[in-house]
Design a protein around this ligand. Structure first.
Ligand code: SF4
Length: 96
């Protein structure tokens, strides 16, 4: 199992900080994405057998954009990566 795989020119990785463990990806692409029993975060199993279609299906199903797909070093999906709440630097401090 892995959080970061490369298939040819395509890289798929899961940002554990974005994953809310709601298992949408595991439903969209069963046998490809699974929830890690220890961390509760999604991981990719059998990366050698996973097809690009399956990897994309899971990424599209993810409501928090935790699954990111790159090709030739450029992000393919999601095209716009929205910030997570509290992800900003010093987000718990008020700026003057
Ligand atoms: S769909 Fe996204 S948030 Fe839900 S388990 Fe999969 S990677 Fe995590």
């Amino acid at each position: 199992m892995a959080m970061d795989i490369t298939k040819g020119s395509t890289r798929v990785y899961i940002d554990p900080k974005r994953c809310i463990a709601n298992a949408k990806c595991t439903t969209a692409a069963p046998g490809v994405y699974v929830l890690d029993e220890e961390t509760g975060v999604a991981v990719i199993e059998n990366p050698d057998d996973a097809t690009i279609d399956q990897l994309f299906a899971g990424a599209r199903a993810c409501p928090t954009q935790a699954i990111i797909i790159e090709q030739f070093g450029r992000r393919l999906f999601p095209t716009i990566l929205t910030p997570m709440f509290g992800a900003g630097k010093n987000s718990d401090e008020s700026d003057s």
